[in-house]
Design a protein around this ligand. Structure first.
Ligand code: 5GP
Length: 145
């Protein structure tokens, strides 16, 4: 999908927000959901999405919603660092399929990095079991300020 076009209300994150498909939640409020990426590029890969916006990408998002998302992004990244003690954290965000985006509901990736562990490729990581993701989500949630 290009940078321009209509929001698809049946994209996978919209279905997660409606509870039509399961996800492993880290935390949520009225505006934001943080949940585990089911194809994690590293241990503790978290996604941050807005609940109300139909922005497909960064170019479209309402500024007030972007402000909430970035605050949630920072809060969650701090909790990821406290919980998992990575050596670094990659924050990624892709726009349009040529830009690497595969789900067209705006989202930010939080990917912990360790100096001695390679990061799996975007779109090339194996699927994780919910049973493996839940303890990670709980550890991160326990460190939220
Ligand atoms: P994008 O490529 O659009 O930046 O990122 C989409 C992300 O969504 C990918 O990292 C992919 O692993 C993740 N993803 C795709 N389908 C699902 C799903 O059904 N559940 C969850 N939790 N993550 C998903």
């Amino acid at each position: 999908m290009s940078l321009h076009g209509e929001y698809d209300p049946d994209n996978i994150f919209a279905k997660i927000l409606r509870g039509e498909i399961p996800s492993v939640k880290v935390w949520e409020d009225d505006h934001v959901l943080a949940f585990m990426d089911v194809f994690p590029q590293s241990e503790g890969h978290v996604l941050i999405i807005a609940k109300q916006s139909q922005a497909r990408n960064l170019l479209e998002v309402e500024p007030d919603i972007l402000a909430r998302l970035t605050a949630a992004l920072q809060r969650t990244a701090v909790a990821v660092e406290r919980a998992l003690k990575p050596d670094g954290i990659a924050v990624m965000q892709f726009n349009g399929d040529a830009g690497g985006q595969t789900v067209f509901h705006l989202h930010f990736h939080i990917i912990p990095r360790w100096a001695d562990r390679p990061m799996k490729g975007h779109g090339h990581a194996p699927m994780a079991e919910a049973a493996a993701l839940r303890p990670l989500a709980d550890r991160i949630a326990a460190e939220l300020a």
